[in-house]
Design a protein around this ligand. Structure first.
Ligand code: GAR
Length: 202
């Protein structure tokens, strides 16, 4: 039975609290998938330790010194093939995916972003930079977005968002915490809907 579950690779670069929310959602039966692989852009990411604790294979992937972009892409595709990956969930992953991966997994790669895209997205907009920009712009609300990944940074079709208030005394940290709590709720549910074919993607 477990063999028939869709197999998800989660990509991380840091703490991996969103990875944890996906692992927990699988355990709770909210997400009917197998987290079959965790790929990190750095071996220091705490997300790799979360994977190990959950018994999920973890790998660090980054371009080798003498490796061409084509070779790196082929290596990543081979790793995904080896683990029979059906879906990719980016969860605080701070690198661009090779184009061949984006193309092969079209409509099957999601990303979570800590602001209401299309505002406050694009290169350099990650983590606390996003919340600082939201506060500097005087926004009255923020919140996480889950979107499909295409060839352009933070650009793919928006699947869902949750809105939270920005409070007058917010700091980047307090806003980040309010948004992150909603991320953990949003991501497993959106992934489940995507896997169940509940979004009209044409
Ligand atoms: C999350 O807030 C996620 O939305 C953000 O990084 C954090 C990762 O936290 N992603 C981006 O900013 C992508 N542009 P986590 O490692 O604890 O899941």
């Amino acid at each position: 039975m477990a063999d028939t579950l869709p197999r998800v690779a989660v990509f991380v670069s840091g703490g991996g609290s969103n990875l944890q929310s996906l692992i927990d959602a699988v355990k709770a039966g909210i997400l009917t998938a197998e987290i079959a692989l965790v790929i990190s852009s750095t071996k220091k990411a705490f997300g790799l330790q979360r994977a190990e604790k959950a018994g999920i294979p973890g790998r660090t992937m980054r371009p080798g010194r003498d490796e061409s972009p084509e070779e790196y892409e082929a290596r990543m595709l081979a790793l995904l093939d080896e683990h029979k990956i059906d879906y990719i969930a980016l969860a605080g992953y701070l690198k661009l995916l090779p184009l061949g991966v984006v193309r092969k997994y079209r409509h099957r790669i999601t990303n979570i972003h800590p602001a209401l895209l299309p505002k406050f997205g694009g290169q350099g907009m990650y983590g606390h930079h996003v919340h600082e920009a939201v506060l500097a712009a005087g926004e009255k609300e923020s919140g996480p977005t889950v979107h499909l990944v295409d060839e352009i940074y933070d650009h793919g079709r928006i699947l869902e968002q949750i809105r939270v208030p920005v409070k007058p005394d917010d700091t980047p940290d307090s806003l980040a915490a309010r948004v992150l709590e909603k991320e953990h709720r949003l991501y497993p549910r959106v992934l489940q809907k995507l896997i169940k074919g509940e979004y009209d993607l044409d």
